[in-house]
Design a protein around this ligand. Structure first.
Ligand SMILES: [Zn+2]
Length: 431
């Protein structure tokens, strides 16, 4: 009879994690069905995202996890129909500024300089439509000053042709942009009417987080993927593919006995600027950050015309961003060894921080991951190594409505999921 400690050790090694591509595909089908039932997308702040989060949470609970839904607020914006601006006649090429309020306003147009200071509006009367020059300060400042002065709407006038821009945060009054020529005509009207139709407000969305009960919770290996799509499509390669793969991983390791605890995260609002992962990393205190020993990220792992890109954690490619935190190189090597052992080709992909590992490497947590390609074209050299079509995008449906189930390359998905399973096993079965 051996001691309990020795028995536990014997059972704990070696660590292998098996994944089934059929299971990953069945999750992809579920995400496609969710998009189909929710207006064709799974974007943050929309019902398709909430249904995606519910699906992941339900599967995790069924596998025995305690699931945390971590809420955070983010600025939500959609233009629901094109802006209209008219005086005696309708003006052409009027753009709604991003985060404009929604509504119809009519009033006397009144110039207010560049609108950058409250005193720009000294002569202003409530209900008038403010007309200001572009430049000298952010659009947001002009909008806040106009609203405080009682403007019913704001027209921002370019020095040149038509333009667009963002107000950064949701505003309550309609804000439109026009060319210099239109601006001149607008200011000369006795009355103008501005109509915008937008959804512009703070909304709540969620990260979904779960951790294995087994394993040292002071030495955590984290695996994450963004769960949201863009508003324009179902987001099956970007990034139901990563979400489905880590859900399968979570189901597979639910009953395993890793040395290190494994924490899974499905991020919200990545497409709005990594908002979920930034929120997550920022709310961790130093002690909690210190416990995360590695972070693996999966964002687009089933591209239809794929390459296999391993995040270049050691900057050996000398391209773009520099190396990641110490430990990132080791993760990169673990991926490289797996591909080499399988006789499969791979290449580096710049550690740019342009997905959810960005906030992790910012605070010094080692990271790595895989990426099979977005909208850039496959080079002739890549086609030689990976097959597929040179001169064609790696993912022709990147951020488009056609990023559906049919857009996913099953072999790429399978290879990526198996690679990350192997690297996860290496990282989590080690004290
Ligand atoms: Zn993505």
């Amino acid at each position: 009879m051996i001691t309990r400690a020795l028995l536990a050790l014997a059972l704990a090694t070696p660590g292998t994690v098996e994944v089934s591509v059929d299971e990953v595909m069945s999750h992809l089908q579920a995400f496609q069905a969710i998009a189909d039932a929710h207006g064709g997308n799974r974007a943050a702040g929309e019902s398709g995202y909430d249904a995606s989060a519910d699906y992941v949470a339900a599967r995790l609970r069924a596998a025995g996890y305690e699931v945390e839904l971590q809420p955070f607020v983010f600025p939500f914006y959609r233009e629901l129909s094109a802006a209209k601006l008219s005086g005696k006649k309708a003006f052409p090429k009027v753009s709604t500024l991003v985060f404009s309020g929604s509504g119809r306003a009519s009033g006397r147009p009144r110039r207010a300089g560049d609108g950058c200071l409250p005193r720009s509006f000294a002569e202003f009367r409530a209900g008038q439509v403010a007309v200001v020059q572009r430049g000298a300060c952010p659009f947001q400042v002009k909008a806040v000053n106009a609203r405080r002065a009682g403007a019913s709407a704001l027209v921002i006038v370019n020095q040149g042709g038509p333009f667009g821009g963002s107000l950064e945060t949701p505003q309550s009054i309609p804000v439109v942009g026009v060319s210099a020529a239109v601006g001149k005509q607008v200011a000369a009207q006795r009355r103008v009417r501005v109509v915008t139709r937008t959804a512009s407000e703070q909304r709540v969305t969620y990260n979904v987080i779960a951790q294995t009960k087994a394993g040292n919770a002071n030495k955590v290996v984290m695996v994450g993927a963004h769960l949201d799509s863009v508003p324009d499509g179902p987001g099956i390669n970007d990034n139901a593919s990563g979400s489905a793969a880590i859900l399968e991983l979570a189901e597979q390791v639910a009953k395993a006995k890793p040395d290190r605890a494994i924490r899974f995260a499905w991020w919200g609002a990545e497409e709005e600027g990594l908002l979920g992962s930034i929120h997550y990393v920022m709310q961790l205190d130093d002690a909690a950050r210190e416990k995360i020993k590695a972070y693996l990220n999966l964002d687009m792992i089933g591209s239809p015309n794929p390459t296999f890109g391993i995040y270049d954690g050691d900057d050996s490619d000398k391209e773009g961003a520099g190396p990641g935190p110490k430990g990132s190189a080791r993760i990169e090597r673990a991926f490289e060894r797996w591909f080499t052992a399988k006789g499969l080709p791979y290449q580096g992909t710049d550690f740019s921080g342009r997905s959810d590992y960005g906030p992790f490497i910012q605070v010094g947590i080692p990271a790595g991951g895989l990426f099979t390609g977005a909208d850039s074209d496959k080079t002739a050299a890549e086609a030689k190594v990976f097959g597929g079509e040179a001169g064609k995008p790696l993912d022709k449906c990147y951020h488009l409505p056609c990023d559906s189930l049919a857009n996913v390359n099953r072999t790429a998905l399978r290879t990526s999921a198996e690679a990350v399973a192997a690297v996860l096993a290496k990282l989590a079965w080690r004290s």
